[in-house]
Design a protein around this ligand. Structure first.
Ligand code: PLP
Length: 401
């Protein structure tokens, strides 16, 4: 008899489980639009040239593998806060930012969740409906209560801004409001600059804590600064803000687990206290973060030539996604006889398109057409190329009707 009789089989992960199912499919037609990872036009994963260059330099220097401090690699922490807020942001100069290198976006969110659980045990987190599937897991496992605010309006395939504002306004004062900094996952729909201002008004008035998840900086518009403008707007108002950052997508460092949690505080002395407690939480969880990805980011950002090359490569990636987005729209419009308006696809930004396909329709995409996607109707355009757009359009039209 096993001691594990009481351990049931866990369900597959709704996102990473899609890749497992894709691998098991032997059809030549198969297409993986599940996980949000960039592929080339040949649908192959690729390491950015600028990353290869930084790694070569690191190898040549023959650096050691001593432990990093709990808070991570100092040059990375500086670079990451500079990238997020702009190097000349007064909050940086005034020492009001607590930054900890952590285990990519997910680990940074998890660390912040542990902090909320410990120091704000009576607060809840508001998350968008829908949101990235892992957000709920993160707060559940950290025992942080959460509820949803309205975000997506299926009627307009756009933002339900009125609903969003009403739900944030109705939440208990001092709640944490989780916001996607840019390229909302899974909908690809972001508030406009005017809407961000209104959101900041309500969040400030209700003494809520804005908590940004920035997983796509540079990937939405192709510009690092533009994609950070939502965060910077809140910081400029003098609000205290949480920001989790990830370099998985914009530098293609998925497996390096490199990111950070930043807390912008009202005074340097507050930032010191917050940072000390984040370190205290990290120590028994994973002790200290890995060094390789941190050095890559610090090298790329710290060298003007490599920084320029990164921006170019990022624009190329964002551009390739925009091209397939356009081609998919064109193919759907050309092939579909029903008169359906597909322009929502062009209005969405970032890696994904939220198609509006429901669960049985998504199942049809996979079962009949060998197209793998999450069951909420999200497709990753980063896993699509021009050659497959027509096939995908046929599958979508067939699944809708
Ligand atoms: N947040 C959002 C909204 C995401 O889409 C992702 C990745 O898909 C992440 C965070 C974190 O990813 P990672 O842990 O690889 O940095």
């Amino acid at each position: 008899a096993s001691r594990f009789e009481g351990v049931p089989m866990a369900p597959p992960d709704p996102i990473l489980g899609v890749s497992e199912a894709f691998k098991a499919d032997t059809s030549d037609l198969k297409l993986n639009l599940g996980v949000g990872a960039y592929r080339t036009e040949e649908l192959q994963p690729a390491v950015l040239n600028v990353v290869k260059k930084a790694e070569k330099l690191m190898l040549e220097k023959g650096e050691n593998k001593e432990y990093l401090p709990i808070e991570g690699f100092a040059a990375f922490n500086k670079a990451t806060a500079d990238l997020l807020l702009g190097a000349d942001n007064p909050v940086i100069k005034q020492g009001r930012v607590a930054t900890l290198q952590s285990l990519s976006g997910t680990g940074s969110l998890r660390l912040a969740a542990a902090f909320i659980q410990r120091y704000f045990p009576d607060s809840k987190v508001l998350i968008s409906s829908p949101t990235w599937g892992n957000h709920k897991n993160i707060f559940n496992d950290a025992r942080v209560p959460w509820s949803e605010y309205r975000y997506y309006d299926p009627k307009t395939v756009g933002l339900d801004f009125e609903g969003m504002i009403a739900d944030i306004q109705a939440a208990p004062e001092g709640s944490f409001v989780l916001l996607h900094g840019c390229a909302h996952n899974p909908t690809g729909i972001d508030p406009t600059p005017e809407q961000w201002e209104k959101l900041a008004d309500v969040i400030e008035e209700k003494k809520h804590m804005p908590f940004f998840d920035v997983a796509y900086q540079g990937f939405a518009s192709g510009s690092l600064d533009e994609d950070a403008s939502s965060v910077r707007l809140f910081v400029k108002r003098g609000l205290e803000v949480f920001v989790a950052q990830s370099y998985s997508k914009n530098l293609g460092l998925y497996a390096e687990r490199i990111g950070a949690i930043n807390v912008i505080c009202s005074a340097p002395e507050v930032a010191d206290r917050v940072k000390s407690q984040l370190k205290r939480l990290a120590r028994p969880m994973y002790s200290n973060p890995p060094i390789h990805g941190a050095k890559i980011v610090a090298n790329v950002v710290g060298d003007p030539t490599m920084f320029g090359e990164w921006k170019e490569e990022m624009e190329q990636m964002a551009g390739r996604i925009k091209n397939v987005r356009q081609k998919l729209y064109d193919s759907l419009t050309e092939k579909d006889q029903s008169g359906k308006d597909w322009s929502f696809i062009l209005r969405q930004i970032g890696m994904f398109s939220f198609t509006g396909l429901n669960r049985p329709q998504s199942d049809n995409m996979t079962d009949k057409w060998h197209i793998y996607m999450t069951k909420d109707g999200r497709i990753s355009l980063a896993g699509l190329n021009l050659a497959k757009c027509e096939y995908l359009a046929d599958a979508i039209i067939d699944s809708f009707h």
